[in-house]
Design a protein around this ligand. Sequence first.
Ligand SMILES: CSC[C@H]1O[C@@H](n2cnc3c(O)ncnc32)[C@H](O)[C@@H]1O
Ligand SMILES: [Zn+2]
Length: 458
Amino acid sequence: MSDISPARSNPEPGGTPPREVDWLLADADWVLTCDAAMSAIPSGAVAIEGDTLVGVGSSRDIRSRFRGRNEMCLKGCLVAPGLINTHGHAAMSCFRGLGSDLPLERWLTEVIFPAEASHVTPEFVHYGTLLSCIEMLKGGTTTFCDGYFFEEEAARAAQESGIRAVLGQGILDFPTPDQPDPSRFAERAEAFLRSFPPGESRLQPSLFCHSISACGPETLRRVKSICRESGILFQIHLSETASEVEQVIGRYGTRPVHHLDRLGILDDRTLCAHAVWLDREEIDILAARGAGLSHNEESNMKLASGIAPVPELIGAGVRIGLGTDGCASNNDLDLFSEMDMVAKSHKAFRKDPMACSAAAVLRMATRGGSAVLSHQGMTGGIEEGWKADLIVIDLDQPHLTPLYDPISHLVYAAGAGDVRHVWVDGRLVVSNGTILTLDESRIMKEVLRIAGKIAGAS
Ligand SMILES: CSC[C@H]1O[C@@H](n2cnc3c(O)ncnc32)[C@H](O)[C@@H]1O
Ligand SMILES: [Zn+2]
């Protein structure tokens, strides 16, 4: 059980006195660094100064070098990097579970798009995103990548919560809740970028073209060019269902990845969500261009979209993170259950227990996610000089006893409810399972009020 108490700094006799830092977290049973070798440090410790990890190692070593203004003894706990959710629509927590058990096209056109036209307002996005930030932070997610409407409100919510986020303004060639005139999509995108608080490194803007079906070639080209000029991430839903691929072939005479490649969309600042239906050539193009993917297995399974070729993508060197998608197609934002499902579904689909290992899945949820968001060297690992985005798991529980392999434990046995403490950018935002930055019960009440109107209208 973790305890905020002095961690007994231990200077070497006659040596330099320990450096004083903001936080010294010591005596953890394990520190999972998620470094390139996915190493785990037994009896480990970390030191945090400001927003940065300044010491990572054995408790003995770190205690000899640092003394914390705040110290925590983490006996019975595991420390891991904060998880990274690379695809979602945070505000859609207000639609949690709406239209369950339909395939993607019917779910979108019969339920979600009409509900969005009637109910999505700045207030909906603000409270839906706040609720999602609470769920994500309490469940060990410290970064999320988003795409929705009125995304200024999502940015405001992320800012209030203390989470790290990439926030994508949604663009379609159809009227949307925040742009009734689709011909003015570029003005909407530019207004969003202008609204973005400058100098806020924890939050980054992005643009999100919904899909090839919803955005014509000119829209895709223009939005990508705005992204290039601004040095920001371009996002798109890609090849989510087999029928979407058939539609693209029917309309453009080529498969979706070739279509995007011909338009010059694919590079290392493009993030494609889903990418379920890919052929060999498309996988090679994605790898050659350095494009990133978000693998959203639970959403793909719930909408019966299919199983993405993850082992082939990893084999080809494509960069992949894990995403939950929105709460209407998952129906939660829990990256622990997502990791468990990803590892098991690929094993079952291939009838091969080695098809997708626990380490490969944890890598996608940490370093992989960081790479597709261009946060590499900053998040997704516990390394000196990187951002202090950390989670502490309480191991002192029946379902986590005994422990032989900490990575296997994190992926197959631990759950979002086992997260005790969370730091983002060096700031403690969840303590003993309680969110410190937001008023959880007030936000739930506001979301219930919004949900009451949605339920009353349907
Ligand atoms: C511009 S992104 C927001 C837009 O996307 C819709 N959406 C949510 N989940 C999915 C999905 O899995 N595939 C396609 N579109 C999705 C959301 O409802 C918004 O309209
Ligand atoms: Zn999506």
